[in-house]
Design a protein around this ligand. Sequence first.
Ligand code: GDP
Ligand code: MG
Length: 309
Amino acid sequence: MKAGYVSLIGRPNVGKSTLLNKMLGQKVAIISDKPQTTRRSILGIKTTLKGQIIFVDNPGVHKPLHNLNRRMMNFVYSSLETCDLINLIIDATLKFGHGDQFVIETLKEISTPKFLLINKVDIIKKEKILLIIEKYRELLDFKEIIPISALQGTNLDILEDKIYENLPEAQKIFPDDEISDQSQRFLLSEIIREKMLAHVEQELPFCTAVYIEKIEDRHKGASSLSSSAAESAEKMLMKYIQASIFVEKDTHRRIIIGRHAQMIKTIGIEARKEIERILGSKVFLDLQVKVKEKWRDSPKVLDLIEGQD
Ligand code: GDP
Ligand code: MG
């Protein structure tokens, strides 16, 4: 048996969450085309006949700018130092920039073995991949360099084999059926955040946070006339979920609510549908948008959001 921790690292938007979900065959991390989507490390656990791979999905490496980012960087460093293997993921379609240099500099300090995963090869020419491989070979001593498409699943079988080659002999760390360490509460808040990211323009989503206030079993209205009592009780049972969306300014609150509350309705409907699929039950989703100035620098709000277990 082999088992160990594999850290997924890379700049925002390179496809870390997509890769994690694809490797696990189910959604554990939200996906967005806007950067800085993932705010804390999430474990995704893949158990196979060979053993167990425990993925850590990182908030992305970038320079700490304010409290939120400093906290994020602490998660990143500690996960890099304590894991068995680092997978650096890059977006093959993007030019090498300061951000990439910063990631390389960070990794040079860390002795853990490293893979380079060149992602999004589904939308780039082969010749370009070779140039990227050449460039990165000079920058850092990678144990493996693997071109992949997280979206289409290309070369992920090879990746899995190579990961196992580099994990220590060990017994499984988690039970076979465990797929993530994140709480259901956190996943639900992330789903609401994902829908918001999808609909709200540009900068705004970075100043927002979602907190699940309440999850309750409720009966929907009075029982119907037909069918047996037990049957109708079953039909009427639903989950009542109350969530707060924190924003920093009243103008942001108004954007998220939208004209005639159209925006918040759309976010609510999409989130509710996905949450219903996950919970396997009808859901009443009650979304409230609240203004909390400078929440990103407020330890109290950060603790509230990060402590959603
Ligand atoms: P993260 O910030 O690194 O976690 O990135 P995400 O997983 O959220 O993905 C960012 C964007 O890149 C999303 O729009 C994904 O659909 C897209 N993406 C991820 N992997 C691939 C890939 O292999 N090919 C293509 N074409 N797009 C991808
Ligand atoms: Mg992500």
